[in-house]
Write a protein that binds this ligand. Sequence first.
Ligand code: GLY
Ligand code: MN
Ligand code: MN
Length: 454
Amino acid sequence: MNATTRNARRPSADAFTPAMAKELARRRRQLMRAMGQGSIAVIPSAPVRVRNHDVEYPYRQDSDFLYLTGFTEPGAVAVLVPGRPQGEYVLFCRERDPVMETWHGRRAGQEGAVERFGADDSFPISDVDDILPGLLEDRVRVYATLGRDQDFDQKLMGWVNRLKEQARSGVHPPHEFVSLEYLLHDMRLFKSRAEIRLMREAGAISTRAHVRAMKACRPGMMEYEIEAELLYEFRRAGTEPAYPSIVGGGANGCILHYTENNARLNDGDLLLIDAGCELQGYASDITRTFPVNGRFSPAQRELYEVVLEAQYAAIEQAVPGNHWNDPHMAAVKVLTRGLVSLGLLKGRPAQLIKDGAYRQFYMHRTGHWLGLDVHDVGDYKLDETWRLLEPGMVMTVEPGLYIPAGTKGVPKRFHDIGIRIEDDVLVTADGYDVLTRDCPKAPDEIEALVGSGE
Ligand code: GLY
Ligand code: MN
Ligand code: MN
């Protein structure tokens, strides 16, 4: 075999390294062990969605499917059958087709599914209706996610009904349906070393994007011009946005999910950027807020320092043994005290916290799990109590304050200030690790960077 042939056999960018293949096999084994003998899991790929005539939305694989297969093509169904002698992992996928591949892109086909993606067995997706009922036969329990994709729900019921029709010939259809999410999403909540490596790298790319945006920013620019700077860093690293970037100047920074990004950036306003890339499916999620002209006004700086202190206090609580809610409560405490000392809230902080008075200026929670989904899966409460933080969990910590113009009882100098500071934090065995720690957030550091680009 010469070098050229070896290269031709090398997996393409969407396939995985041998280490990743091993990890995916380990995940499938772990899930099958938890499912137990007599079970079967059926997991469909994400459907293709039409954007407008003849144009589809960029395809994004379903996160559960991706977590178990690493397979990024549409038109696939993964089946896990613990103890099946001919092979436990069956992947239905599209057949190779030179004409279709010329028009629409490469396909792994059945051979690729086995050789590159580690399936024990693979069949064309066009044969799924004929073959899948046979795999369900004599299995007691079906693990699936129902209610997410109606077409799939209907198909699954159709396959089971086919078996029911044959009951008189001695065929045993499955009679228990179990939510796959319960087992799978708990697995996804705890990140492996390989996942943490990817998330750290995603955080580093997003950090470069935020720094680039800060350097490029000048009064008079449009929000979308800054968005372009972010996208430049994302795409040059082979990533894409994990969610639509929020680039909101002045009053727009007070709209939590602002994505129009089409206003002019005014001298004297703050700019809030919430943007993160997705690397091989793994999200990062960073927010930074900085003055458009490179100098915080006194009012902006006073509020910024409250939010920053709240974020540091919250991060300190992201340690094993604490409850999920502890970082949020730490942030609320600092924010409330800060609002009182700036005269925006009146009363005793303890009572104001009890009454939720801070919600006028801080109406969201302090974070969420982060992983293959930006708002990642995993329960926040177990048996009605906040979950304990454990090593391997990754969360965001993102306190903020939002004061739109017209807010009653607030001096004008605080109007149209929206501030959020967000980092991605890994809970470790003995504390925490801020995966996005290199993204500048100290006010002086920010002032030195803003507008410093060519
Ligand atoms: N970027 C979405 C969020 O911060 O939750
Ligand atoms: Mn977030
Ligand atoms: Mn965010």
